[in-house]
Ligand binder design. Structure first.
Ligand code: NAD
Length: 472
């Protein structure tokens, strides 16, 4: 069991002002696995003040120095890769044998990529007596969810460091441990005091101060649309920049002439990955009516390949949901889908065979789903796929876009040109064509209620930059 009783503020491990603690439970066993402090407003203000004190010095370092710090931190994270994977598996249930690939190594490599991108800060646009300079936005609050806790943390810290910003990070209550390891890494490499500060606690309690305080210039938030609204409200009176990466209900369009086996396999693997807890998961599979039953039987066979169980068993491909409360939410949606008249093809709300405890659910597929059903409209955030039939491509595009969300999407067609034409008609921040996969080189973010910012790639750095025009 991990016990943390300090926060990382101003380059030191400090005793919290608050005496309240949070218990973290391993979702595979329901056993207590970690205890962390619950910050109060005083703790947060200390962290915000430390970040403000550090800002003048850090923002005036050269991009070369910042790049050296990022590389040194990436090296140190690589040395702690096993600790990071253990922490993530223990707190959110990602199978340990998949955790390095899914949650850790790509995240560290992506963090490192901002060492090179730091030089973008030096580029000055010059035109007709106008110079456009890039400056750091300032002190940033970084609030994160539990599903990819390291990737999302480094997706914010790396560009913030590269830009010359200072920051306060707050992880999700369920998955605090990798943030402590990252703080230890920054401490070990001698990152100047106050550049990175860490507090842990309940988002709804700390949101008003972390997102509303005068000393914060920007909030970068990944999580639910519900919390994104509250954060925007807290940040509005002081006109902070707010970068929101929120939920999704992303469509996969499969055309009549597509290679159905490959397309359905791709869709099932995407939606079941990380036990369905991926914001960009392709949870609505849009299939031509003429090939609907064939697609359902392929989907069932591929989903059945999953081995659900103990995350420490090397055979396991699907661990538990992140928590009992997340499982309850997903069970609620499964029951609602059945009540709404969708056809349960496989899975459901019962414990998978052979398991007696833990937040487990089987891979679940619904057919005969209409886009009006709540299981097609609301983000479930569990291993649940909705298969929706369509008559022609125009209707498929209309169904794909008939959502309050617009985070991700995908298209499979026989012909690349046709797939690209469909991709251009979908209103979402990303579209994966013919089986393409996520990469941190591409900008990632949502249209509509999926958010308003971009992370990763060069664009991820732009979020942390203010532009200053100097006119001569
Ligand atoms: P959540 O919104 O409940 O919590 C996320 C974080 O926000 C936690 O740290 C929590 O403590 C904090 N929080 C909650 N309410 C807050 C408030 N009022 N003020 C300040 N902070 C607050 O979400 P979750 O259940 O942890 O994560 C799942 C959600 O995250 C899903 O909707 C998923 O789609 C989304 N997500 C989006 C992306 C993306 O890049 N778009 C990536 C991963 C997850």
């Amino acid at each position: 069991m991990k016990i943390h009783d300090t926060f990382y503020i101003n380059g030191q491990w400090v005793t919290p002002n608050s005496s309240r603690v949070h218990e973290v439970y391993n979702p595979a066993t329901n056993e207590l696995c970690a205890v962390t402090p619950l910050a109060n407003d005083t703790d947060c203000i200390k962290a915000i003040e430390a970040a403000n004190r550090a800002l003048p010095g850090w923002s005036s370092t050269s991009t070369r120095e910042r790049s050296d710090f990022i590389n040194a931190a990436a090296d140190a994270m690589e040395r702690r890769a096993d600790d990071l994977a253990d922490a993530i598996t223990m707190t959110m249930g990602c199978p340990r044998q998949m955790c390095p690939g899914l949650q850790v190594s790509g995240a560290i490599a992506a963090f490192r990529s901002y060492a090179e991108r730091a030089a973008m800060m030096d580029h000055i646009d010059q035109r007709n007596g106008i110079q456009v300079l890039k400056e750091p936005v300032g002190v940033c609050t970084l609030i994160n969810p539990w599903n990819y806790p390291l990737s999302i943390l480094v997706g914010k810290t790396a560009p913030a460091l590269a830009a010359g910003c200072t920051m306060i990070a707050k992880p999700a209550e369920q998955t605090p441990l990798q943030d402590f390891i990252v703080a230890e890494v920054f401490d070990k490499i001698g990152l100047p005091a106050g550049v990175f500060n860490l507090v842990t606690g309940v988002g709804a309690d700390l949101g008003p101060v972390l997102c509303g305080h005068d000393g914060v210039d920007m909030v970068s938030f990944t999580g639910s649309t519900r919390a994104g609204v509250q954060i925007s409200e807290s940040a509005a009176p002081t006109i902070k920049r707010v970068c929101l990466e929120l939920g999704g209900k992303s469509p996969l369009i499969i055309t009549e002439d597509a290679d159905l086996d490959s397309a359905v396999r791709y869709g099932i693997q995407d939606v079941m990955m990380n036990t369905g807890q991926t914001c960009s998961a392709l949870t609505r599979m849009l299939v031509p009516q003429s090939r609907y039953e064939e697609a359902i039987s392929i989907a069932r066979a591929v989903a059945d390949e999953n081995v659900v169980g103990d995350p420490l068993d090397p055979q396991t491909t699907m661990g538990p949901l992140c928590s009992e409360s997340q499982k309850e939410t997903v069970v609620g949606y499964i029951n609602q889908g059945i009540q709404e008249g969708a056809r349960l093809v496989m899975g459901g709300s019962q414990m998978p065979d052979g398991l007696t405890r833990g937040a487990y659910l089987p891979p679940t597929i619904f057919a005969d789903v209409t886009n009006q059903m709540s299981i097609a409209r609301e983000e479930i955030f569990g291993p649940v796929l909705c298969m929706i039939p369509f008559q022609d491509v125009d209707q498929a595009v209309q169904l794909a876009n008939d959502s309050v969300y617009g985070l991700s999407s995908a298209v499979f067609a026989k012909d690349m040109q046709h797939a690209l034409e469909i991709a251009r008609r979908i209103r979402a921040g990303q579209c994966y064509v013919q089986g393409a996969h996520f990469t941190t080189e591409a900008p990632f973010g949502g249209y509509k209620q999926s958010g308003n910012g971009r992370e990763w790639g060069d664009e991820g750095l732009l979020e942390f930059i203010e532009l200053k025009a100097v006119l001569t």
